[in-house]
Write a protein that binds this ligand. Structure first.
Ligand SMILES: NC(=O)c1ccc[n+]([C@@H]2O[C@H](COP(=O)([O-])OP(=O)(O)OC[C@H]3O[C@@H](n4cnc5c(N)ncnc54)[C@H](O)[C@@H]3O)[C@@H](O)[C@H]2O)c1
Length: 259
């Protein structure tokens, strides 16, 4: 089961699962797009599903159980509004928290219930698409980063409190070439920082690593690993990090100008 799978990283994850022989249920808030995606990639179902609705997750779990034992559940749907806290509208702040954080919490609850229920055998994997931004300060993406930090936190806690045969993971990618990235303000601070790290990642490489977490004991996977280590180091001294923002942003703007 993959949420937010009409396009981008979710679609990539679903395609990879199909290629590995899984019966895949793809879902998205965009009903027409996810139905088209399901047909194109050979998923067994493409369902309209707003991750902000806990009951909708339970419905999806029931449909998935009709196609076999629920083995893996990917909470991938997300919105990526960039902007400083003061620049975002109330609706944007609420939507970021409701989709990126509550959506993952409701999804994890539905998956845990399904693994333990009649459609499951007490085992299963949950993979949450978090972000490198969840590991340290990201000016220009403060609310988005906060939702991803909370996702990383919840992943670690739920991983530790779940039964031994249930594994919970978070993948934390740096910038990935998707519509979400294209939709950010190219002149904004967020865009400059995303492009300060070198190469923008591809959907295929994130999909491979996300699916590769299934069955492993790895809880948090950062991509690339060195940027993850950098973010964690920066978060130890956020006061100092604030001073480095201008430097990173200038580096990112140069990269953007180079295209
Ligand atoms: N692109 C990046 O640079 C990047 C980096 C790190 C993490 N991520 C995360 O990866 C995930 C996928 O992002 P993407 O880059 O593929 O973006 P995307 O915009 O291409 O895809 C996101 C999908 O989620 C769906 N969606 C949005 N709101 C929804 C809702 N309420 N319920 C169900 N579906 C909903 C959208 O319709 C869309 O199909 C997100 O969680 C994002 O935060 C992206």
């Amino acid at each position: 089961m993959v949420t937010g799978a009409a396009r981008g990283i979710g679609r990539g994850i679903a395609e990879r699962l199909v290629s590995q022989g899984y019966a895949v249920v793809v879902t998205d808030v965009d009903a027409a797009a996810v139905q088209a995606t399901a047909a194109e990639i050979g998923a067994v179902a493409g369902l309209a599903h707003d991750v902000r609705d806990p009951a909708a997750h339970r419905h999806v779990a029931e449909v998935a159980a009709g196609h076999g034992r629920l083995a893996a559940w990917f909470n991938n749907a997300g919105v990526g509004d960039d902007g400083r806290l003061s620049e975002l509208s109330e609706d944007q702040v609420r939507r970021l928290v409701e989709v990126n954080l509550l959506g993952v919490l409701w999804g994890m609850r539905a998956a845990l219930e399904a693994f333990a229920g009649p459609g499951g055998d007490g085992s299963g994997d949950i993979v949450n698409t978090a972000s490198l931004s969840g590991l340290g300060p990201v000016p220009g993406y403060s609310v988005y980063a906060a939702t991803k930090a909370a996702t990383v936190s919840a992943t670690m806690s739920v991983a530790a409190e779940s039964p031994r045969r249930v594994r919970v993971h978070a993948i934390c990618p740096d910038g990935v070439q998707t519509a979400m990235l294209d939709e950010q303000d190219p002149e904004g601070l967020g865009a400059a920082l995303v492009h300060s790290g070198g190469r923008i990642l591809t959907v295929e490489e994130i999909a491979e690593l996300a699916v590769g977490l299934v069955g492993t004991g790895r809880v948090v996977r950062t991509v690339p690993v060195w940027r993850g280590a950098l973010m964690r180091t920066i978060s130890l001294a956020p006061g100092v990090a604030a001073k480095g923002t201008a430097l990173f942003a200038a580096q990112g703007r140069r990269a953007l100008r180079r295209g």
